[in-house]
Ligand binder design. Structure first.
Ligand code: GLA
Length: 394
């Protein structure tokens, strides 16, 4: 009898242990269910990324589809810290320059992957006049203001809201830029929504509204290297830019005010052409830009959202197509990368190992009456969209 009793109690103990273990397992699964939100084909997942020296928490959101595309976005600067897409053999690899920790992003960072605002590109002498009043901006590029000033939007913490549905996952970021921040008038509420599709395209939707007349020019500053190998330069990639005209600049990269025809110049990318073909040509504009660092006047502006540019890497077969409703695009060939900034897994980013295709309005528009306006009035909704679409071409 005793033996039987003992057997029963051992059995109960074992069942209890088993039950507790099962419970724990379920909890673990539930925890994962909370963080990995599964849609039909696209996932979004949030993790803590780090803490700034001022004690602000930063998260990283991972958007992932079933076609091998994975995008990491930080709430710090809305930075795309990683973007992986397949090559022609179906192997997903990293195609954007980035660091492997928050601290590095908060130090010297030439806008790697960041959202740029309130005014992308340069404003001459950091000054402009709006309704007869002169505004003096924080300057950070010699005497000019570049990419919204020293803190811009790229060093701010954005709040994030994730959503899912069907074949898309979205991350809606929000930042409220205070009246006179970096010298710009008006409290500006900015939303940037990143959407990953299951067709390997990433949409970037920019929205903003203000309580006082201001200027706005938002863009995305990812540095692409479609080879998947950051020790390789982008010089052998082929670029297409659907633009008949260029916004030529002076020695400080400020527009001269004229627009020039690209025909028979190293700036004619209307047909796919290798970046390195003419980059070292003795061309006044290339010398001023230290390579390509210019805004092109995109064609078909009246058509709104349309194909505007592409980049193609022959070895990997990766093709990036850019679609946008913007009037201009800044093609920057990574001329200031100089081998000082660390790569993710050792080594440094060398000269021209990344290229940027920044859709935007023309530089210095607030001071150029003939350029399309960048003014935003209270009651108006700033809304613009750019899509980065990846595929392979053999
Ligand atoms: C933009 C500018 C460049 C440079 C890079 C970052 O593309 O036009 O001149 O500042 O950002 O280094």
């Amino acid at each position: 009898m005793n033996v039987l009793k003992r057997c029963i109690s051992v059995f109960s103990l074992l069942s209890l242990v088993f039950l507790i273990a099962q419970c724990k397992g379920n909890q673990k699964e539930e925890k994962q269910e909370n963080t990995i939100q599964k849609t039909d084909n696209v996932y979004i997942n949030k993790k803590e990324y780090g803490t700034t020296s001022a004690g602000q928490k930063v998260d990283v959101y991972t958007l992932k589809n079933q076609k091998g595309m994975v995008v990491n976005i930080l709430t710090y600067g809305g930075i795309i810290s990683s973007l992986k897409v397949p090559n022609k053999a179906g192997v997903s690899e990293e195609v954007v320059i980035g660091f492997n920790n928050l601290e590095q992003y908060t130090k010297a960072n030439p806008y790697f992957g960041a959202l740029i605002g309130r005014y992308g590109n340069r404003i001459a002498k950091g000054k402009f006049i709006l309704d007869g009043k002169e505004y003096v901006l924080a300057t950070n590029n010699g005497k000019n203001a570049l990419h919204g000033g020293p803190e811009g939007f790229h060093r701010r913490i954005w709040t994030a809201e994730e959503a899912k549905g069907g074949d898309i996952a979205t991350l809606k970021l929000k930042y409220v830029s205070k009246d006179m921040e970096e010298g710009y008038p008006g409290n500006l509420t900015v939303f940037v929504t990143y959407t990953l599709n299951n067709d390997n395209s990433l949409d970037v939707l920019y929205e903003a509204n203000t309580d006082k007349k201001t200027v706005v020019n938002l863009t995305q500053h990812s540095y692409f290297n479609l080879s998947g190998d950051f020790s390789k330069s982008i010089l052998n990639d082929k670029i297409t830019i659907d633009a008949d005209n260029l916004v030529p600049v002076d020695a400080d990269l400020i527009p001269t005010g004229k627009l020039t025809d690209v025909t028979n110049t190293p700036f004619d990318f209307r047909k796919p052409r290798i970046i390195g073909a003419d980059i070292a040509a003795k061309d006044d504009q290339l010398i001023k830009g230290k390579g390509y660092d210019h805004c092109w006047v995109l064609n078909n502006q009246d058509k709104g959202f349309r194909f505007v540019a592409s980049a193609y890497n022959l070895a990997s077969g990766r093709l990036l197509e850019v679609y946008s409703d913007q009037p201009g695009i800044q093609f920057y060939s990574g001329n200031f990368l100089d081998g000082t900034l660390p790569m993710r897994n050792g080594g440094t980013y060398a000269h021209r190992t990344g290229l940027c295709l920044e859709t935007q309005h023309y530089p210095d528009s607030p001071n150029q009456k003939d350029f399309p306006t960048t003014e935003l009035n209270p009651g108006e909704n700033y809304k613009t969209k750019t899509t980065f679409k990846f595929s392979v071409k053999r």
